[in-house]
Design a protein around this ligand. Structure first.
Ligand SMILES: Cc1cc2nc3c(=O)[nH]c(=O)nc-3n(C[C@H](O)[C@H](O)[C@H](O)COP(=O)(O)OP(=O)(O)OC[C@H]3O[C@@H](n4cnc5c(N)ncnc54)[C@H](O)[C@@H]3O)c2cc1C
Length: 409
């Protein structure tokens, strides 16, 4: 391999961290050939399939990534899966620099008895379904009118909010009302939000809780057990001071009671053939059973196999192979963190290149199997926008077949 040939960079995973890595590497190595390899025919990972449908402002970063492809700085190779269409060893033969950015897709488990009963739904699965991810389209989870959401992060609040909105509160979003109606066929009436720690230990942003509490249908109450705090002080700590605790009857839909519990642990999921309740250990150590039909776990994400194996791969173990995004850090960090990580990664690759440990000359994208390109994504994107319901900005294709149906043969 030579030191003068053009560097070829293959990034696996065209999600948030992969796109930022492509941006930073193409800046650091302006002559390099950079390819984003993605298992779906469409890019952007959790930006498209995790970030909530009603937070379109957050998805605006997509325009930066679109420009990378549109200016020809970076290629897109969709419909290729690492571990299925090619191996890591093959990638290392094809690209001078390999970056693994496949994220973490598995829901972390509660590890309590009854967790495998039908009716327990991981937040990753539920948010993918609400976002019309093709992996979930044939088997949508159904959320019962009495539900618990377990978790103290923004994803738990995203789920509560998406279940709380009434039909008039989806303007400007890309929520597919048919999908929503299949997932929540009856409006949720009671939502128990169960937090293990104290009010000052939550990981969610106070603004997210205020947004939830401010929705027309929501009546948010704090369970008496607020970690030794009077409910009024807990409301202050949570940033809820000025938000009224009562909801109106909206468009004929019932108010949604959100009961917020702190210092509370799930001991067991109750039920014979499906979920019928939760046994909770309350702050004062007493056990309390609550009846409900669904439990959504929002306690983080983990590596599924074979990601667990790739997670081990890194520059030190395998020259020229790097990780970024959640595969590198675990499921911490929002979109802005992925940008910072990408800059660190580009600096690390530049140092390796300067030290002579990397060589150029591998064939790059030309060695990959046939893939869907950026033009195919533009066709799918245009079709999705054109088929949006009134007041919505797009209707996402819910299957790979439907996506590819929009791409001219
Ligand atoms: C439900 C949810 C909501 C969120 N909302 C926000 C928010 O509002 N604001 C915010 O700042 N952050 C939010 N985040 C966090 C943010 O999404 C993450 O910081 C970021 O997406 C992590 O990027 P990543 O590239 O590691 O993973 P991902 O974005 O998941 O990208 C991984 C990509 O790899 C692809 N892939 C996986 N396996 C393979 C394979 N074998 N071969 C080829 N490709 C593969 C996947 O299809 C995917 O496109 C949210 C996260 C979740 C889970």
């Amino acid at each position: 391999m030579s030191r003068t040939a053009r560097l070829t960079v293959g990034i696996v995973g065209a999600g948030v961290s992969g796109c930022y890595a492509a941006q930073m590497l193409s800046r650091t190595f302006p002559d390099a050939e950079v390819t984003l390899i993605e298992r779906l025919p469409v890019p952007y990972g959790l930006l498209r399939y995790g970030v909530a449908a009603d937070h379109q402002g957050t998805k605006g970063v997509q325009q930066q990534f679109d420009r990378l492809f549109a200016r020809g700085k970076v290629r897109f190779a969709g419909g290729l899966t690492l571990g299925q269409d090619f191996s890591l060893a093959q990638l290392q033969q094809w690209f001078d620099v390999v970056i693994l950015a496949t994220g973490l897709a598995a829901d972390r488990r509660l590890d309590v008895p009854g967790e495998d009963l039908p009716g327990v739904i991981g937040s990753g699965r539920l948010t993918r379904a609400l976002n019309s991810h093709p992996d979930e389209s044939s088997n949508w989870p159904v959320v019962a009118p009495e539900v618990a959401v377990v978790g103290a992060g923004n994803v738990a609040l995203d789920i509560a909010r998406l279940l709380a909105r009434h039909p008039g509160e989806w303007q400007g979003s890309d929520m597919d009302s048919r999908v929503l109606a299949a997932i929540a066929p009856v409006p949720v009436k009671t939502l128990h939000l169960i937090v293990r720690g104290k009010p000052n230990e939550v990981r969610w942003d106070a603004a997210m809780l205020r947004e939830l509490a401010g929705l027309a249908r929501v009546r948010l109450t704090l369970d008496a057990a607020t970690g030794g705090l009077a409910p009024a002080s807990a409301r202050e700590i949570l940033g809820l001071g000025a938000i009224p605790a009562s909801a109106e009857e909206t468009a004929g839909l019932p108010p949604l009671d959100i009961r917020l519990y702190f210092n509370t642990q799930v001991e067991r999921v109750l039920g014979a053939k499906a979920v019928s309740g939760l046994r909770l250990r309350m702050a004062d150590q007493r056990l309390q059973d609550i009846g409900l039909g669904s439990v959504v776990t929002a306690i983080g994400f983990a590596a599924a196999q074979p990601e667990a194996d790739w997670a081990q791969a890194g520059a030190r173990a395998s020259p020229g192979v790097y990780r970024t995004g959640w595969l590198r850090t675990g499921p911490q960090g929002a979109i802005a963190r992925q940008r910072a990580l990408a800059q660190e990664l580009a600096d690390e690759v530049a140092q390796e290149w300067a030290s002579g440990r990397l060589t150029a000359g591998r064939p790059g994208a030309a060695a990959l199997p046939a893939a869907w390109d950026y033009q195919a994504w533009l066709e799918i994107d245009a079709a999705e926008r054109a088929s949006a319901e009134p007041g919505r900005i797009r209707r996402k294709c819910a299957s790979v077949e439907e996506m590819l149906g929009w791409v001219p043969g």
